[in-house]
Design a protein around this ligand. Structure first.
Ligand SMILES: [Zn+2]
Ligand SMILES: [Zn+2]
Length: 290
């Protein structure tokens, strides 16, 4: 009993080996250097999070907010059901290792660095204007099989760091099993796969600004379907945050970077925060315990 208590208390202070580089890490599974070196997503479309490689604000500025509003050609043609999308990392290397470790090997502590980078990415963009954090649900069968929902694990960390309420369990449920999205070849097949997949309790989301949270966003089919369902259940605004943005870089016929007409922005959709990054007014306090 005493030994267990001592171990628990000391465990908070004693260094352990960083899961990524083996160096000393305190207070988490990843050392500060590896946390800083995670492949942050640079310029990206504000509505779908797809990287915009030609935005010209990469390199040293990668991961910092891009002044102004930027939309990809695809979102200009067909706006997604998201007012905004913030993806923290590119889905590669150490970021992929953390996501896969969490999801497939049950390394629950990896939720912490992943949640930290999501919270950082969001905080860098300005004040959080949302009421509820809703992790993308797993089908009950898969949840039983895995024992946890990786999106919920990350959402807990983000919720704590940004002081944002987490949706109560059962707010959204996946009512039918879907084939793993990664097994499907194209965006159209993925969209069909998730159509009608979710059920959302309107009492929980009605009139509220809801943030969906997922570990990896690829085509966006899953997040878009959940966003549509949350919107239909009465949410005032829906945006999405993701640890990683995978998927093809935008390759449409139009210029990947374009300034949208004012009409292209939904009422209240993008939030003043995007226009007001420089001031830092109202910026949430980001507490990252180390
Ligand atoms: Zn490290
Ligand atoms: Zn886009």
């Amino acid at each position: 009993m005493v030994n267990k208590w001592t171990r628990n208390v000391l465990g908070r202070w004693l260094p352990s080996a960083c899961a990524l580089c083996g160096a000393e890490a305190r207070g988490g599974p990843v050392c500060g250097q590896c946390l800083d070196d995670l492949p942050r997503l640079g310029s990206a479309c504000v509505r779908c999070g797809v990287p915009l490689p030609s935005a010209g604000l990469q390199g040293s500025l990668a991961g910092t907010p891009v002044p102004g509003v930027t939309l990809c050609g695809s979102c200009l043609r067909e706006p997604p059901p998201l007012a905004r999308c913030v993806a923290a990392l590119e889905f590669r290397d150490t970021a992929r290792a953390l996501v896969h470790g969490l999801k497939f090997r049950g390394q629950l502590p990896f939720a912490r660095p992943l949640g930290e980078v999501v919270a950082r990415s969001v905080a860098e963009r300005g004040p959080v204007e949302a009421d509820l954090l809703l992790p993308v649900p797993l089908h009950p069968g898969r949840l039983r099989q895995r024992g946890f929902n990786q999106a919920t694990e990350v959402a807990r960390v983000v919720s704590r760091l940004l002081g944002m309420p987490l949706a109560s369990p059962g707010t959204a449920t996946r009512r039918r099993s879907t084939v793993a999205q990664t097994d499907l070849p194209g965006a159209r097949a993925r969209r069909r796969n998730v159509a009608g997949a979710f059920q959302v309790d309107s009492r929980e989301v009605s009139g509220r600004r809801v943030v969906l949270l997922d570990d990896v966003m690829t085509t966006g089919a899953t997040l878009y379907e959940l966003a549509r369902t949350v919107g239909a259940a009465g949410a005032r605004q829906v945006e999405a945050w993701a640890c990683c943005r995978a998927g093809p870089p935008h390759a449409g016929p139009e210029s990947p970077q374009a300034s949208p007409s004012p009409g292209g922005i939904p009422r209240g959709g993008l939030g003043e925060g995007l226009q007001d990054k420089a001031s830092g007014v109202g910026r949430p306090t980001l507490v990252v315990p180390r």
